[in-house]
Design a protein around this ligand. Structure first.
Ligand SMILES: Cc1ncc(COP(=O)(O)O)c(C=O)c1O
Length: 375
């Protein structure tokens, strides 16, 4: 039986029109954008066009778009660069307990360097409360970083409300939007953020390209040193074909984002309903009305998520806990939601995408059902 890919939050395939643009750029736009001659300037033009495509998806100005190598780098530049620029004001930052390691680990690194970090708790649906952010704000707080959509549960965070609260106190706001961009409309002005991270490979662009949106005049210190590319903030010869790919991907997802979002939501609800029919004890994580439309995180109580996926290898999805030396290591996200290790160990995250069909969902449920009959 053919394989069913339900792991689009891990990564997406490169969309056909994106592949074509990247191939063309690889063949024709290989000049160095810093070169003054015709080939260099052709590459520069392609790079700048890609920048306008990304800016248009986010409702930003092209001058506010910095190309990076991906979500991890964007998050590192945002956290470290901002703290460096603002250290004269104070040494306190606020984030949540459910961030991706590319936010968590720079924060832990800052802790080791004497900074203070407040980690905001989430409720049982995996959502942070802007009032908690307000309570954590101090005169020496320099930034708040709250992700837009969680990678494990899909839970959408109240970033616009967080921005309002933080800005009332003169504090800058960053959001890791790696899991949201391309799945739901993301408008930096509506969100009111000063910085926002994107990972190209989560929205049908190639791996190795991302973006940090940095609002005009928002401070950002340099953490890398080299040539003056990307306003000196992300130096190094720009990977033009990858940037072209990200621009094309932004264009690709923008065309029908609302219709596609609705389609995936319907398929996800079908998946949940059919899984529930198989096993009435399953527990769903997150409020379906407040998650990105493609993500379904469920726990099969009394079963093991990793075992399910290994015994149904045709269904490619992710787990929410890992077993090391017979102890269960629950993901920090599920733990923050108060989910017990026993329940967390039965967690499977299904994430749908543009390639997912109704027949994929039916096949996946059939395969899992057959396994449950055998178990
Ligand atoms: C929420 C979130 N932020 C950041 C990243 C890191 O992105 P990248 O793999 O492009 O470094 C990921 C990737 O899984 C993610 O899910």
């Amino acid at each position: 039986m053919s394989e069913i890919y339900l792991d689009y939050n891990a990564t997406t395939p490169v969309a056909k029109p994106v592949q074509e643009e990247v191939s063309f750029a690889l063949a024709e736009k290989w000049g160095n954008p810093s070169s003054g001659h015709r080939l260099g300037q052709m590459a520069k033009k392609a790079l700048e066009y890609a920048r306008t495509q990304v800016a248009s998806l986010l409702n930003a100005d092209p001058s506010e778009i910095l190309f990076t190598s991906g979500g991890t780098e964007s998050n590192n530049i945002a956290i470290t660069g901002l703290c460096q620029a603002m250290s004269g004001k104070g040494r306190h930052i606020i984030t949540t307990c459910i961030e991706h390691p590319s936010i968590m680990n720079p924060c832990l690194h800052l802790l080791e360097q004497g900074w203070e970090v407040s980690f905001i708790k989430v409720n049982s649906q995996g959502v942070a409360d802007p009032m908690e952010v307000e309570r954590a704000l101090r005169p020496d707080t320099v930034m708040v970083s709250v992700m837009l959509a969680n990678n494990e549960t899909g839970a959408i965070q109240p970033v616009a409300a967080v921005s309002q609260v933080a800005h009332r106190h003169g504090v800058l706001v960053h959001s890791d939007a790696a899991q949201a961009v391309g799945k739901i409309p993301v408008d930096v002005k509506d969100l009111g953020v000063d910085y926002l991270s994107i990972a190209g490979h989560k929205l049908y662009a190639p791996k190795g390209i991302g973006v940090l949106y940095c609002k005009t005049d928002a401070p950002l210190g340099r953490i890398m040193f080299g040539g003056g590319q990307e306003q000196g903030l992300r130096p190094g010869t720009e990977p033009v074909p990858l940037a072209v790919g990200l621009g094309a991907a932004c264009n690709f997802v923008a065309r029908d984002i609302n219709a596609e979002s609705e389609r995936q939501k319907c398929l996800r609800e079908k998946l949940y309903t059919e899984l529930f029919r198989l096993d009435h004890t399953i527990i769903r994580h997150g409020d379906p009305e407040n998650t990105i439309p493609n993500t379904l995180s469920v726990s099969f109580v009394g079963k093991n998520g990793a075992e399910i996926l290994s015994r149904v290898p045709e269904v490619m999805a992710s787990t929410g806990a890992a077993c090391h030396d017979r102890t269960i290591k629950v993901s920090h996200v599920l733990a923050a939601m108060g989910i017990s290790p026993e329940v967390a160990s039965g967690t499977v995250r299904f994430s749908l995408g543009r390639g997912t069909t109704e027949s994929d969902i039916e096949k996946a449920v059939r395969l899992i059902g057959r396994l449950f009959d055998r178990m």
